[in-house]
Write a protein that binds this ligand. Structure first.
Ligand code: TXA
Ligand code: MG
Length: 315
């Protein structure tokens, strides 16, 4: 059982040896391996129990690194990269041959991003290869936002867990692909649609789940706790001692505070995103049968949070 720590050298030497390491990013913790080493990447899939059809995101430390791994960068991709990197944006671009097919699930595109977490950037600069990293949770479960979350579920499967503190975004990166040079949003995430629109104008969205989604993060059953998650807005669940509540800014009147968690007492989407996965985990681990969740207003980061809540409820 690996204990999280801050030893950058250990993390780097595990990765150089083809092993997998839990790493901090600003969005969620990742389960990382050398993206250029297919055998190392295979370890990610087996540790997570992740199906091979679900491609991984590649992490690099600078925009200039991206050109080593992609064939072309459409003009609007360049503009978005300059606006939001380092940060919670993944661009899906035509891939170079040096990226193993395993990373991209055989697709001819690669999802790539420059994360902004300082510890992650320092690690990426220490090694001479990019890191493939999905979120560091068993497939289908809530993403980890602390090193301890990673240890709890994957501590016996990793070489090391690099602790960078709690993630300060809290939801995964926004994924953007390109069709004839025009951006298409595949997954809502840490950069809002409004932020993207402000930079490149109106963008298409292809977010709905399907049997063969272009970004399998779109699968309906993603982000599911073991408890039954119920959306409060279109459901009336009878209250019982087995029912817990995840609220946006205010507790429900007449219910004990021990059965309620508040995503953002300060009434902000950013704070709600930071708390989202940790609070779902906390309620999931408290022996309740139900988590009744309140949806947020459908704007900005509220949309990404609602997307995760709906998928958690879809199981
Ligand atoms: O914020 C994040 O993106 C985090 C941190 C660790 O960087 N990573 C993350 O990875 O959320 P993961 O594996 O949980 O979700 C990545 C999603 C997958 O659903 C995958 O299908 C999609 O990105 N993706 C990756 N490469 C793709 C590609 N070439 N085309 C379409 N979707 C892709
Ligand atoms: Mg994930």
């Amino acid at each position: 059982m690996v204990k999280p720590g801050s030893d950058m050298e250990t993390a780097a030497s595990c990765l150089k040896a083809g092993e997998i390491v839990g790493i901090p990013t600003e969005t969620v913790y990742g389960l990382a391996a050398n993206a250029l080493n297919a055998e190392a990447v295979a370890n990610i899939f087996s540790a997570k129990n992740r199906p091979f059809f679900d491609p991984l995101i590649v992490h690099v430390h600078a925009i200039a690194e991206v050109e080593k791994y992609v064939l072309i960068m459409p003009e609007k991709a360049q503009i978005l990269a300059e606006a939001f990197w380092p940060g919670p944006l993944t661009l899906v671009l035509p891939k170079n041959d040096n990226i193993p097919d395993l990373v991209t699930a055989g697709q001819n595109t690669v999802g790539i991003r420059v994360p902004s977490h300082p510890v992650c950037l320092e690690l990426l600069k220490k090694i001479d290869f990019p890191l493939a990293a999905p979120s560091a949770n068993p497939f289908g479960y809530v993403s980890p936002t602390t090193a301890q979350h990673v240890a709890d579920q994957l501590g016996d499967k990793v070489c090391y867990i690099l602790d960078g503190g709690p993630c300060n975004v809290g939801v995964e990166s926004t994924i953007v692909g390109f069709l004839q040079g025009e951006p298409v949003i595949y997954r809502l995430g840490g950069i809002s649609v409004e932020q993207i629109t402000k930079i490149v104008g109106p963008v298409a969205e292809q977010i709905s789940a399907g049997s063969n989604p272009s970004a399998p993060g779109q699968l309906d059953v993603h982000y599911s706790p073991r408890c039954k998650v119920v959306l409060s807005n279109n459901h009336t669940t009878p209250d019982s001692p087995e029912t817990s509540y995840l609220r946006y800014t205010e507790p429900l009147a007449g219910i004990e505070t021990e059965r309620q968690l508040i995503l953002s007492p300060g009434k902000s989407f950013e704070e709600a995103a930071v708390n989202l996965f940790a609070m779902l985990r906390q309620l999931d681990n408290s022996g309740f049968k139900y988590i009744v969740v309140e949806l947020l207003p459908e704007t900005g980061l509220g949309r990404a949070i609602n997307d995760r809540l709906r998928r958690a409820a879809a199981k």
